[in-house]
Design a protein. Structure first.
Length: 74
């Protein structure tokens, strides 16, 4: 698995996961439970992950929709 990005914004994660699903790219969000446990201080970011072989296509899909991604995938 490769990391596409990290964020504390659950709405953004939901949107990006839906975009990837529409493109046929399965994605998972890691650290959701830990982020919830820490409360509302947004100290722990959630990670959007895709399979190694889907990384380049996933980056293209998100960049084409105007998303800014960290260089190298995270």
């Amino acid at each position: 698995m490769k990391e596409l990005l990290r964020t504390t914004d659950p709405v953004r994660l939901s949107w990006l996961t839906a975009l990837l699903a529409d493109a046929g790219i399965p994605a998972i969000v890691l650290d959701t439970h830990t982020s919830i446990l820490e409360g509302s201080i947004n100290a722990i970011q959630r990670r959007l992950m895709v399979a190694d072989e889907d990384l380049q296509q996933a980056r293209r899909v998100l960049i084409e929709t105007g998303e800014e991604l960290p260089d190298g995938g995270a």
